[in-house]
Design a protein around this ligand. Structure first.
Ligand SMILES: *Cc1c(COP(=O)(O)O)cnc(C)c1O
Length: 355
């Protein structure tokens, strides 16, 4: 996964930015809602917009309590810090965001080791949890927490089926482990599958949703769990500097997103399917899925690597991200319309043909 770099002098303008669904910009209407937000001191529990957002997300996810945080990464790390003690182990898929994209924070901040599990589509099953917990004793680290990512980002945006989530959570409980769901794109999963968010989160002790991915808000994520869990998590929020002041300005953008940007995720999924179908016709590209809004394709057949392909795409005004030596990702979100998809198909096809 290459870090984004600012374009150099003379770099071609980006016409279609498929780098990530984090590239959305708040709409005029969202900005207006943010401007009008009722605010207070968030750290003291006095921000009405933050309180409204937390109550709403807790209810949507079927949890008693929730907490507003600046980012999804902070949700994951505070959850790990709250569930675990130094020396503990966390089970997660080998491609999980907490392993690949959080700067080593589970080790650096919580002193835990994340034990990688294998499986198709960024998922693992209950047997993998049971196997990992088998024959543990006083020689071994305490396996404390199981994490699942819904949708699985590097798993191609795949949706964990409800039955598998429930089975994994039950296996974790049977081994005395807590459960945490990284729901950065949970609403993509619920919209794609029709499963209710509370049902999806039911087996999981903590769960969070990101507002800066497909939901299109500029700042914020909400972590939910039991009242005790959120009380304990508050100490880590304070310690890490995640307690805020008039954060209702940001929370109002998130509330706007809940009202206007959830059901429309289906459009992103439809456009991702159209993009994938278009790219599948380009000789040399092997396209996966897509299950939701993340389109992964392999460029091995072009005889170049992903970084080389991304550079050629950028020359034609299309930004994509490099997710592995040969893996490229293109992401749809609310600023990407049908015309942008057709342009992207043409330009990525031209980039491939020129290699
Ligand atoms: C983006 C993302 C995160 C981190 O969220 P930020 O708001 O960018 O900190 C965590 N997990 C997954 C699966 C993500 O896609």
């Amino acid at each position: 996964m290459s870090a984004p770099r600012p374009p150099g002098p003379g770099a071609p303008a980006v016409r279609v930015d498929l780098y990530s669904d984090t590239r959305s910009r708040p709409s005029e209407a969202m900005r207006a809602a943010m401007m009008a937000a009722d605010v207070g001191d968030e750290q003291a529990g006095l921000d009405p917009s933050v309180n409204a957002l937390c109550a709403r997300v807790a209810s949507l996810l079927g949890k008693p309590a929730a907490m507003f945080l600046p980012s999804g990464t902070m949700c994951n790390e505070i959850a790990i810090l709250t569930h675990c003690r130094p020396g503990d182990e966390v089970l997660a898929h080998a491609d999980a965001h907490i392993i690949t994209a959080e700067g080593g924070a589970p080790a650096a901040l919580a002193g835990v080791r994340v034990h990688p599990l294998e499986g198709e589509d960024g998922q693992f099953d209950a047997a993998a949890v049971g196997d990992a917990a088998y024959a543990r004793g006083r020689y071994s680290a305490t396996r404390r927490l199981v994490c699942a990512e819904q949708t699985a980002n590097v798993g191609g945006g795949a949706v964990w089926p409800l039955a598998r989530l429930d089975a994994v959570a039950a296996a974790a409980r049977a081994e005395g482990m807590a459960t945490h769901m990284d729901g950065a794109r949970l609403f993509n999963a619920t919209v794609a599958s029709g499963v209710d968010p509370a049902a999806m989160a039911a087996g999981w002790d903590s769960v969070w949703v990101d507002f800066t991915k497909g939901l299109g808000a500029p700042i914020g994520a909400v972590l939910a769990g039991s009242t005790q869990f959120i009380d304990d998590a508050w100490r880590w929020k304070q310690r890490l500097g995640g307690a805020m002041r008039q954060a209702g300005i940001a929370a109002a953008g998130c509330l706007f997103a809940l009202d206007h940007h959830v059901a429309r995720l289906a459009e992103d999924h439809r456009r991702a399917a159209r993009l994938a179908a278009g790219l599948a016709l380009v000789p040399g590209l092997t396209v996966a899925g897509p299950a939701t809004n993340l389109v992964y394709f392999d460029v091995r057949g072009l005889g170049c690597d992903a970084a080389g392909f991304a550079a050629r795409a950028a020359e034609r005004g299309v930004a994509v991200s490099v997710m592995g030596r040969f893996a490229v990702r293109a992401v749809t979100y609310l600023d990407i319309d049908d015309a942008a998809i057709e342009t992207a198909i043409r330009m990525l096809g031209a980039a491939a043909a020129a290699i």
